[in-house]
Design a protein around this ligand. Sequence first.
Ligand code: VGL
Ligand code: ZN
Length: 208
Amino acid sequence: MKALLLVDIQNGFCPGGNLPVPDGDKVVPVANRLIDSGRYDLIVASQDWHPPGHGSFASAHPGATPFEMGELAGKPQMMWPDHCIQGTPDAELHPELKSEEIDLIQQKGEDPRIDSYSAFRDNDRDASTGLSNFLQEQGVTDLDVCGLATDYCVKFSALDALEMMPGVRVRFIEDASRGITPEGVAAAIDEMRAHGIAVIKSADALRQ
Ligand code: VGL
Ligand code: ZN
């Protein structure tokens, strides 16, 4: 049972969005080829879905500046610009993504007190979204992960997939993903590889 997890392919992370990832929109045609390939039994997408005033927003902390480290619930936290606010166009999946083929949309980041990079659980690893149970109930044996941003939500989702669903083979699809910084992407890829996540290209995924 093969599943594809499309992480946060939302307007907010594409050019013109509130937290644009360089070339974020370039993942859309690649993701669509994967969706259309017929290689996946199950296609799941995550959606960053913050309430207004979420604690990860610099605007929620007097004196804080976006892209500087701050604190949330006593832990270091990147201060982000306001992004992916529930019900706004910024939070919608990219309009060209073939979302009619998506079986489940997993929203995350709704708790204002904690950030949730991973589609599987909050950053403090306490509250889980239920996605790992769902995928295991569906009998998923293989999970391919891609989307935005490689150095944050994609990486944490792939690592949690591995840890929370022992025995599931996890692969990261590099050309169907983009990150916020080149250094962050390089470090994320190293970290995923070190944990046993295969780093592949979409052409490999389409072939096998
Ligand atoms: C993300 C920063 C804040 C992501 C989400 O999707 O990678 N990054 N919220
Ligand atoms: Zn976010």
